[in-house]
Structure formats: structure tokens, C-alpha cells
Design a binder for this molecule. Structure first.
Ligand SMILES: C[S@@+](CC[C@H](N)C(=O)[O-])C[C@H]1O[C@@H](n2cnc3c(N)ncnc32)[C@H](O)[C@@H]1O
Length: 247
């Protein structure tokens, strides 16, 4: 009788990052199992479909929208003075909406997303919130169709976790950001709540120290770690949220 033995879940991701034992049990590991192209198609289907249609509702229920707004309203990440803002992986325009509200009126906003359907949702939602014109461009974070140094500010919320290897995505954002430009990066952390986020959205998680080291290797300096509230800071909850300056 032959017995099939399931391979043990690996201790490291393909990019070398460690996976904590609890995360090995809970996290969805599709991103490690299939090719980059297959995974990208899956992400497009997930966000283009009914789950994506409920993204705004999920962001309200998880308090991502109101707590995210607090960060910009309190100027923990100060959008004033930015001239050209790129919002990467705009989704339904959750962060882009805050950008329109808290940046200077003359600042331009470009929204990008892998999913055309999500871009349509973002366009509709932002048109209801603001009359300021925005540009919508379908693009993969790892291949941004913009010239070097095109932006002085980037916002990127809960997108990097959809890359099997973060380096090409971080490199692209560093490339299109001008030297001295600032980035607001928010991504899923390798803790208990992050592991469940991974289950729900088929994404990976990041170890804070390892992500910081990678950013610094790419000339993206973490100038401050940002927390939604004091409680989030005490509980190390809410994900990795940082202001980054391009060297
Ligand atoms: C969880 S939503 C985030 C929406 C918004 N930024 C926020 O903070 O709420 C993730 C979005 O990233 C997009 N996305 C996933 N992988 C991407 C990639 N490789 N390049 C660009 N966008 C991507 C998805 O289509 C989805 O709209």
C-alpha cells in the first residue's frame, strides 16, 4: 500500500523571509504554490468578482477607512506640499479618497490597479466624493508604466502582500519616486490577524524587521512607523504602516 505524504510547509518564503510557525498553519499558501502569472490571474479574479465588490464594505467594517482617514487628518502622514501623488493598488479608492481630501487642491492624483474592475469602482467612488480629476491606469505594481522620478509621493495600502517577492515592486516604486520623495506604505504583518487576512485575501504577510532591511537595501528609508491608535501600537495590530523616504 502506498502512502502519500504531504510535503511539510516550508519555513521560509521563496524570497528567503522566515515564516513564523503560527503563520505556517493559518496563512493561505497559494502565493507560494503557483507561478507568478497564475497567482496574478487569481488576484484579478478575486478583486474583479463579488469579493472585490464588497471591498469598501469590508474596509468600513474592519475600520480601515475611518482609521486610515485619522492618519491623514492628524497629518501623521502629511500630504500637504505633495505635487504628484501615485496611489498604487487603489482598490475601491479607499486611500485615494483620503488623498483627495487631505492633499493640496493643485496636487495631481494617479490611481493604479491590476484589476480594471477595481479601477472602475475607484473611479465611481471618487467621483461621488470629489470633483478633482484623477488619472486611472491599469498596471502591475512590479511594472509601473511611468518614467523615473514621476511622483513626489506614493501611497500603497495592502497591495505589497500580493507579490510573491516584494523586491521588484519596491524597486519600481523607488524608481518612479523622485529622490527625497515620500511613500506611505501599509501592508499585512506576520501576526495572528495578518495570518487571517492572508486566508481571506489569498495574500502573504511580512516580517517587519525583514521588510525594513529590504527597503533600506533599496534606498527606501523608514522615517517613521505609524500606528492607527495607541491601542494598535500596544497590541502591535493593524499591520505594518510606515512613512518611507527615498534616498
Ligand atoms: C486590499 S485592496 C487595497 C485597496 C486600497 N489600497 C486600500 O488600502 O484599501 C488590494 C488591491 O491591490 C490590487 N493589486 C493586487 N496585486 C496587485 C499588483 N501586483 N499590482 C497592482 N495592484 C494589485 C488588487 O486588485 C486590489 O484592488
Amino acid at each position: 500500500m502506498t502512502q502519500t505524504i504531504e510535503p511539510r510547509r516550508p519555513r521560509r518564503r521563496p524570497d528567503g523571509q522566515r515564516i513564523k510557525p503560527l503563520n505556517r498553519l493559518i496563512e493561505n499558501d497559494l502565493i507560494r504554490k503557483v507561478s507568478a502569472d497564475e497567482y496574478r490571474s487569481k488576484v484579478k479574479r478575486v478583486y474583479g468578482g463579488p469579493k472585490g465588490a464588497f471591498l469598501t464594505t469590508c474596509s468600513m467594517l474592519s475600520l480601515h477607512i475611518p482609521l486610515g482617514e485619522r492618519i491623514f487628518r492628524a497629518r501623521k502622514f502629511d500630504l500637504r506640499g505633495a505635487r504628484a501623488v501615485l496611489d498604487v493598488g487603489s482598490g475601491a479608492g479607499q486611500i485615494a479618497g483620503h488623498v483627495l481630501k487631505y492633499s493640496d487642491p493643485e496636487a495631481t492624483l494617479t490611481c493604479t490597479d491590476l484589476s480594471h474592475q477595481m479601477l472602475r469602482r475607484a473611479r465611481r467612488r471618487l467621483a461621488e466624493k470629489s470633483r478633482r480629476p484623477s488619472r486611472f491606469v491599469a498596471a502591475d505594481l512590479a511594472h509601473l508604466p511611468f518614467a523615473d522620478g514621476s511622483f513626489d509621493c506614493i501611497t500603497c495600502g495592502y497591495v505589497l502582500e500580493h507579490l510573491p517577492d516584494p523586491e521588484p515592486g519596491l524597486r519600481e516604486m523607488a524608481r518612479v519616486l523622485e529622490p527625497g520623495g515620500r511613500m506611505f506604505l501599509l501592508t499585512t504583518e506576520d501576526n495572528f490577524s495578518g495570518a487571517w487576512t492572508s486566508r481571506l485575501w489569498y495574500c502573504r504577510t511580512y516580517n517587519r524587521g525583514e521588510l525594513k532591511r529590504l527597503c533600506e537595501k533599496l534606498g527606501l528609508e523608514w522615517s517613521q512607523e505609524i500606528w492607527f491608535t495607541k491601542m494598535h501600537k500596544a497590541m502591535r495590530a493593524g499591520g505594518i504602516c510606515v512613512e518611507i523616504v527615498r534616498q
